[in-house]
Design a protein around this ligand. Structure first.
Ligand code: SAH
Ligand code: SF4
Ligand code: F3S
Length: 448
């Protein structure tokens, strides 16, 4: 007799965008696993497909719509049924467009409503409801109601402590897609860090849209800043390394700079997006610092940690950016010597102030400037990496490497390092003698 066993419902989550979205994706996974659903290996095998989306630039949005189209076609061909959920920033920022262009999407949840994913899937599958839409922007509620269970984690993991933004840079959708700034209570942050450590996590990366504007309720009832939270986390026995990302230059104070020399597990690296080296452009972007103030900030950080690795984001072709403005950005880069840089062509976003500015930069100039900027940033990154050949680095081993007897991990300066190693394990921090440098990674062996 053949016993009919029902196949468990399988889900697949595709994540776009920043680390905050990756964090949310992981937390949705926790919720779905807790509810008894199983992970599918690929979207093609999923009964439930979740797209956790980003709309920071136009391209990110268009990618979703082409992925949705492809999935629909695939499922039509195979005759399979698939529940489609769209979560994250597009759900919030382009909800109406999403409803219009993809009416078959059954669940739409904004970035602060992802705690509803498991109940939403259940209700739609049971046909209790046809469509679920939630775009409340209530981050406090999200964190209070997210699943208490955490499933498997890697040795290096992120922990969101702050969400949203009050800065309203004129090009940016974040204040509209993730809402205003919200800081989680410090007790929640610390208990989550402990949970992660119970799962074997050795490095925690504190996440925030503007992580250094963190201002959450402490265990003493007072308001704690990022520095205070870092001090508390540094006390946790067994935690090997701490990082935080992303910092706004206007919110770095001397205390935070000093923390990099006082807190031994705090990595000497910082992601500090400058966006432009021109004061005129910075003012039009509403960044609230000048190029000179940015340079002073880097100087202050390096006063306490001369080896501080500084990385940044850049936007080229902001409305009204002249060749002179662009040259100023290049000059600033030459001065700072970045360890890494991410650069983007300015992408006008609906309803943002910059999209309405008159002097939009032509596409051809954006492309030209991006090429020049990226060449310079790549050169700096290579120089930064080459400087370590013949020197030692502390590498947190995070995964198996490509070759036999090789593990790979990250240095304290955030570089990817492949390490020839025996008698060491994932999760160890080892002293590595660097033997070679490629453009984006290093090669080394465990030092005697
Ligand atoms: N909160 C962070 C950045 C978040 S968005 C900060 O203030 O630095 C990540 C990066 O995307 C930004 O640093 C910026 O370089 C880029 N970005 C944001 N909006 C953009 C737009 N409209 N066009 C091009 N790049 C953009
Ligand atoms: Fe966007 Fe500016 Fe806020 Fe960063 S600080 S999230 S760029 S509005
Ligand atoms: Fe994108 Fe939203 Fe992050 S727009 S960059 S996923 S905050």
């Amino acid at each position: 007799m053949k016993i009919q066993t029902e196949r468990p419902t399988r889900f697949f989550i595709k994540s776009y965008g920043c680390q905050m979205n990756s964090y949310d994706t992981q937390r949705m996974e926790d919720s779905l696993l807790e509810a008894g659903y199983k992970k599918a290996n690929a979207i093609e095998d999923a009964d439930v497909a979740v797209f956790n989306t980003c709309c920071i630039r136009e391209k990110a949005g268009e990618k979703l719509f082409s992925d949705l189209g492809r999935l629909r076609l695939l499922k039509e061909k195979s005759g399979g049924d698939c529940l489609i959920a769209v979560t994250g920033c597009i759900s919030q920022f382009q909800r109406e467009e999403l409803l219009q262009r993809a009416p078959y999407v059954a669940i739409i949840l904004g970035p602060q409503d992802i705690q509803q994913i498991a109940s939403g899937v259940r209700e739609v599958m049971r046909k209790d409801r046809n469509k679920i839409i939630a775009t409340t922007m209530n981050a406090g509620d999200k964190f209070r109601r997210l699943s208490r269970n955490f499933y498997a984690r890697n040795v290096s993991e992120s922990l969101t402590i702050q969400e949203g933004c009050d800065n309203f840079c004129t090009y940016c959708v974040v204040p509209f897609s993730r809402g205003r700034g919200f800081s989680r209570p410090a007790v929640d942050v610390i208990s989550e860090a402990k949970k992660l450590m119970d799962l074997g996590v050795k490095e925690i990366i504190l996440l925030g849209q503007n992580v250094n504007s963190y201002s959450g309720e402490g265990s003493d009832g007072k308001t704690w800043n990022l520095h205070r939270v870092l001090l508390e986390l540094a006390q946790l026995d067994g935690l090997k390394r701490l990082r935080y990302i992303t910092s706004h230059p206007k919110d770095i104070d001397e205390n935070m700079a000093k923390a990099h020399s006082d807190i031994d597990i705090l990595a000497p690296s910082i992601h500090l997006p400058v966006q432009s080296g021109s004061d005129d452009v910075l003012a039009k972007m509403n960044r609230r610092y000048s190029a000179d103030e940015y340079l002073k900030c880097v100087e202050m950080l390096r006063k306490y940690r001369p080896d501080m690795a500084v990385s940044s984001d850049f936007i080229v072709g902001f409305p009204g950016e002249t060749e002179t403005d662009f040259q100023r950005t290049l000059r600033l880069i030459e001065e700072v010597k970045f360890s890494q840089g991410y650069s983007f062509k300015y992408s006008p976003r609906p309803n943002t102030a910059a999209a309405k500015m008159e002097d939009q930069t032509p596409e051809s100039i954006k492309s030209e400037r991006l090429k020049v900027l990226q060449a310079l940033l790549n050169r700096q990154q290579q120089e930064f990496n080459h400087n370590f050949v013949g020197k030692r680095l502390n590498v947190l081993l995070t995964k198996v490497g490509k070759h036999k007897n090789q593990l790979s991990g990250r240095s304290e300066y955030s570089q990817a390092v492949s390490v020839c190693a025996t008698n060491v394990a994932i999760g160890d921090i080892v002293s590595v003698m660097v033997t070679g440098a490629a453009s984006y990674s290093l090669l080394g062996a465990v030092a005697e």
